[in-house]
Write a protein that binds this ligand. Structure first.
Ligand code: MEV
Length: 332
């Protein structure tokens, strides 16, 4: 928006900056939770994204308007974490919330739910929108760092996998380390998946803390599970590079078993996994933090995707039909 004031002969242009930015949703194909401990994982951005818009405001404090469609109770359950996250983003960017005179609006076509990267997508979108609003021209790497800080509000000790997928898009091999490893895996064409929403909002911090506690109590049992998870990551990478989707499906099924063993699945997730497999999915597993949230089914081809999605919907659950390996689809 541009105003001008005619002061004697000088025309002063005051440009009221606005900013926009997006962050992708994501689906973890392999090794959520294990990734927190440095085990390699595979994640894909999905085509759906959160859009953040920064508008000038007369209020001194920052107003956050969350217009995203969401699982019932998602926004209420996450509201304290969302505040903490925004404060961390502002602190990292050196923005004083009491003098910013802006409002931040969240929208876009990503349905906010657990397991789909909604928190990371919002952090990335907000960082990008603020960067544009203040003319900072931040790089993807800087945006990713800021979003990681924001993710701490939601995850406590995030691995960084979600914000990485949300920032860069595409299919990614990710390993947490002093310097995180991030390598793109390229598919010749994006592949259909179905995500089934249990309708349960889950607390990722609590899920991660639970794994930590059980792992400390049963180090030998957990070591075996973690070793197999690492193995699966390498096998899955090769199968993805060969585009051997039958094999990838089998490995996803095995990965789900490991996630059950570390006790992050739930009755609803197992139910959705079974429906997906029975209706022809190549493989199915929980995705993200677990204990609710979303299930991921690999369903190459539109017909199979439709069949699996219909079977889940028939049981009264919400589905998302989307693709993995999408590189910046729908970016503005
Ligand atoms: C959540 O999407 C993935 C977890 O592995 C946590 C993390 O990596 O930060 C459960």
């Amino acid at each position: 928006m541009v105003f001008y004031q005619n002061i004697t002969h000088v025309v002063v242009y005051v440009v009221e900056m606005t900013g926009e930015g997006i962050g992708f949703g994501k689906a973890i194909l392999f090794n959520e939770h294990f990734v927190v401990y440095g085990v390699p994982a595979i994640v894909s951005a999905i085509g759906q994204y959160t859009l953040a818009r920064v508008n000038p405001s007369s209020s001194s404090d920052i107003i956050l308007k969350d217009n995203r469609d969401a699982t019932p109770s998602y926004k209420e359950d996450k509201s304290e974490q969302q505040k903490d996250s925004l404060n961390r983003i502002l602190a990292k960017m050196g923005i004083d919330r009491n003098n910013a005179e802006i409002e931040i609006e969240l929208g876009g076509n990503l349905y906010a739910a657990s397991g789909i990267g909604a928190s990371a997508a919002s952090c990335v979108a907000i960082a990008r929108a603020l960067s544009q609003h203040y003319g900072l021209n931040l790089t993807d790497e800087e945006i990713n760092d800021i979003a990681y800080e924001g993710e701490k509000g939601y995850h406590g000790t995030p691995s960084g996998i979600d914000n990485t997928a949300s920032t860069y898009g595409g299919l990614i091999w990710f390993q947490k380390n002093d310097t995180n490893v991030m390598n793109k895996i390229r598919l010749s064409t994006p592949v259909e998946i179905v995500m089934g929403n249990t309708g349960k909002v889950a607390n990722t911090t609590a899920a991660v803390a639970g794994v930590r506690e059980r792992r400390e109590k049963n180090p030998e049992k957990y070591q075996k599970i973690f070793d197999r998870a690492e193995n699966i990551a390498y096998l899955a990478k090769r199968s993805l590079e060969e585009e051997n989707f039958r094999e990838i499906g089998k490995l996803m099924n095995e990965n789900h078993k490991l996630l059950q063993q570390i006790e992050v699945s739930s009755r609803e997730l197992d139910f959705l996994v079974n429906i997906a497999r029975e209706s022809g999915a190549y493989g199915a597993k929980l995705t993200g933090g677990g204990l609710g949230g979303n299930m991921l089914a690999l369903t190459p081809g539109k017909d199979l995707q439709e069949e699996v999605a219909n079977a889940i919907e028939k049981e009264g659950f919400k589905v998302l039909k989307t693709k993995i390996g999408v590189v910046r689809e729908g970016i503005i």
